[in-house]
Each structure stands twice: as C-alpha cells, then as structure tokens.
Design a protein around this ligand. Sequence first.
Ligand code: SDX
Length: 424
Amino acid sequence: MSEFAELSLGDKKYQFPVITGSEDEKAIDIAKLRDETGHITIDSGYKNTGATKSAITFLDGELGILRYRGYSIEELAEKASFLEVAYLLIYGELPTAQQYAEFENEIKMHTIVNEDMRKIFEGFPVNAHPMGVLSAMVCAMSAFYTGEKSGSDELNIIRLMAKMPSMATWSYKKSQGHPVNYPNNSLDYCSNFLNMMFALPVAPYQVNPVVSAALNKLLILHADHEQNCSTSTVRLVGSSHASLYASISAGINALSGPLHGGANQEVIEMLEDIKADGGDTAKYIAMAKDKNSGFRLMGFGHRVYKNFDPRARIIKKAADDVLAALGINDPVLKIASELEAAALSDEYFVARKLYPNVDFYSGIIYRALGIPTDMFTVMFAIGRLPGWIAQWKEMKANKEPIGRPRQVYVGATERAYVSMAERA
Ligand code: SDX
C-alpha cells in the first residue's frame, strides 16, 4: 500500500510519496515539491535530507549498527581481509577464491606509480602535510591517465586501489629524508603498505603479523560510512561526470577537515596536550562544555551515531590487544579511557548523546604501529578509498543527475548602480 505525506500550505493540500528502504527507513520524496508548491526545503548540513538511495552501507545511529552490503562490521573486521571487503563494497558481493585472486592480481599489476608522478611529488617541501600531497597526487592521475591512456572506469578503480598506498607512503619517507620504497608484489596489501612505509635500504623490514593484522582491521573499519561529508563530496563531484581521480581527490580534501577525518590527528594531539598539562581530564571536560572555550572533545560526537559508534568499540578493544601484544604502555590510552568515562557520566555529553567515535581510539593504535600523527588521516583515506569508489560507481550506475542544491536568497533586493564618484 502506497504511503503519502500530506503538506498543507495556506488553503491548499499537497501529497508526496513516502518511500521505504530495505531496513524500513522512511523518506518523503519531494522531487515535485517546487513544481507543485513553489517552495523548496532548507536543511543546513543536510541533517534531515537524503541525497540518494544506496545499497552499499546501512547504519543505524540509534542502535549502533553498521553493515557493508548486509554484512556486520563486527564479522568483517574479525574474519575478512581488507581487499575482500574492498571487493564486497565495490562489486556488491564477497568474492569467490578465484574472483579474489584475480582482483588481487589485477591490483598487483598496477602498483607501480608512473615515474613522472615522482617529479610532481619532488616539488613538495619536506614538511608538506601528507593529506595535501595525497589529494594532489590523486588529482594528478586525472592529468596522467587521459586521452588514449584514460582507460575504463574499472581500470581506473584498479589503478587507484593499487597506487594510492605507494603515494601515501612517499610523504612519510620524504619527511624522514629516506628514499621512497617501491611496492613488493610478493606481500599482501597491508604488509606491502607497511614495507613501503618502514623498509630501509640498510636492513630488510620484517612485517610483524600483529601490526599487519591490526592495520587490516583498521582499514576495514574505515572502508565506508554511507553519505558522510567526504563520500557526499565524491558523489557530488562525480555527478558532473568529472573523472574518478578528480572525485576521489575532492573526497580526500573533504576528509582532511578536523571535524571529519582530520579528527584522528586532533585526538592524539589533544590527548598529548592533556598529558603535558598534567592529565587533568576534568579541566578539559569543563572546557568542552564551555561554548566560549573554543575547545571540543575531539573524537567525541557524531552526526548519526547517537549511541556508541560500533567502530569505536572494536578499535578500543583492538588498541588494548595491540599495545599488549607489542608490549607498549602508552600513557595517553589511560587518559583517553579516563576522558571517555568522565564524558559518559556527564550530563552535558549524555544529553547531547556524545559518544566516542571512530577517531577517538584509532590514533592510539596507529601510533603503536609506528605511524606518525600527520599520517593518521592518510590511513583513514586508504581505508575509505573502496567506499568512495563504490559510492561513485553506484551514483554513475544509477545515472543520477548532476547535483545542484537550491537556496533561499537573503541578500540585497534590486538596486541601481551608483558611480564611484557618487558613492560616499
Ligand atoms: C567522522 O559522518 C560520518 O559518518 C563521519 C565519519 C565517517 O566514518 O565518515 O564517522 C568520520 O568524521 C567522525 C567525526 C570526527 N569528528 C570529531 O571527532 C570532531 C568532534 N566532534 C564534533 O565536532 C561533532 O560532534 C561532529 C562534527 C562529529 C558532529 O557535529 P553535528 O552533528 O553537526 O553536531 P553539532 O556540532 O551540532 O553538535 C551538537 C551539540 C552542540 O551543542 P549545542 O549547540 O546543542 O549546545 O553537541 C555539541 C555541540 O556544541 N558537541 C560537542 C562535541 N560535538 C558536538 N561538544 C563538545 N565536544 C564535542 N566533540
């Protein structure tokens, strides 16, 4: 039975269809709203506005549920490899052994980055932020792979999955004054990344299986998150039929913001500040509640999760396991736990349903894996890449129109030009 929403404007009544998703989510389809009523809606930050119908990721912010193509994040994080999850997100189903082998081999055949790309990279200063470098290098791929080299969307998907880890590690090697490493196709995806990050010409690098397994889990947990800021950016840029590279580069830039993916770097810097300030968590909780302080508890709160972010729960346990396995005692982990306990019992946070999000504990693990703070958001981007690709692919497959929101104009009404001489 079709459902409708009824809108009364003045003495007129209008009906708009209600659509229901596979998880019983409801939406009012306002495609004809302006034509029929002359009105638009307005919703700053799109807090109540759906941009699309998607079959990729389902999350329930009230119940703390997150599933990729119907599979729970808890199961995938425990049982799958990151490349399996990337295949699932991009192509819609978990791969058979043969499909996985072909996918992995395709990626390995494209891991080398064009040597001319190195010339662009060499132009960055040694202290360039890795997110700015990564977005520029990915965008440069739209200049390199053009014309007869442009290739199909499918080839460009493989190229990105294959080359982004290499380009991501270049920034770190440059910041250390070390030579960059080339990919080693005898290694799996995560081990290859770690090898490119930490191998030195003077001694072979042994991948610690604990570290590689932790990285695999972290990348899976970051792989997609439906219509967040950076994913919506990728879909919007892609809706103009800009290249996949240009769309993903835009997504990297959106992710870099401290309110979004940049929060994982901000969290560790915040925890270090609290440690340096004597570990007085009560002082920082008070600051977070004081609107005039300009301070926010980074890693806390979420647009959608009004309960625990399920990823934060998994990452917190992984942090305990990884630090124990590596024999690391990181004092900021204790500060983070104290901060979490204090916030979760404080009315300000409880009333606003502010819980730890994916970024609150992830930096503690990245640091334990030897990854420097300014690379944390790059790790988020590497994890999110298959999700961005899947969402871009779905937007194109749906033949969605170019995204072009409306506005309500509140500026000056019509007025005549006055010459400079006549202006006061
Ligand atoms: C990610 O969308 C996604 O899915 C994103 C992500 C993904 O996987 O792609 O999950 C990844 O971006 C996680 C979020 C990382 N960001 C941070 O940790 C930065 C700190 N958190 C916030 O700035 C904030 O909570 C947001 C940006 C995450 C959400 O912001 P909203 O939904 O716009 O909420 P809001 O800013 O309107 O806050 C509502 C209230 C406000 O107080 P009041 O005006 O009602 O009095 O809560 C307060 C805010 O001041 N508040 C906080 C707070 N977060 C919100 N107060 C103190 N500390 C915080 N962290």
